[in-house]
Design a protein around this ligand. Sequence first.
Ligand code: GRF
Length: 211
Amino acid sequence: MADEIFVSPRKHGRIMVLISGRGSNFRAIHDSILAGKIDAKVALVFSNREEAEGLKIAQERGLETLYVNAKLYPVKEDYDQEIIRQARKRGIDLICLAGYMKVLTPMFCNEFKNRIMNIHPALLPSFPGLHVQQKAIDWGVRYSGATVHFVAAEVDMGPIIIQAIVPVLQDDTEEKLSARILVEEHKIYSEAVRLFFEGRLEVRGRRVFIR
Ligand code: GRF
């Protein structure tokens, strides 16, 4: 069967960002919006952690924030349904995972197929999962980097939108490599969101074409 083709919408978009912590990728995307580089609005910053630093950044910037306690939802799908409900209520076009530490249920991924992005601090499909900067050092790879991809039900495996390469240095530590990768994360995540709302991302099966 031929692959279904998805083309991202060209419009003034409404974004929901999902975070669990620091929120520097959220901040970078919002900075690009403020600088007029992305035609979109951050309509909601959602967190599963009440103390996420990113929520404070969002509030300081006058953005709407929401924390929902996952412990109140013993069934994972119910928690994700609540996020979907909040997204639909606000007419969200794109969900950006930015250091969101919960795995989305397949139901969520399918509901927003081609409308959820994630940033990962390695060159996927190498080093999926957590602590991947240390894993790259331990493996001895010469290059690592960052990947922005669409989210599919299989963790860290959705279609790749943009990657950036970062050399791994002889004297690297997890902190040093993470910091250099983070600089690239901020650039490519904003770039991917910009391309999305310029109507320039075309998804065919596993591959994303930039038009
Ligand atoms: C980033 O390294 C991102 O790649 C990973 O989690 C971290 C989030 O950082 N998914 P921040 O909260 O955006 O500062």
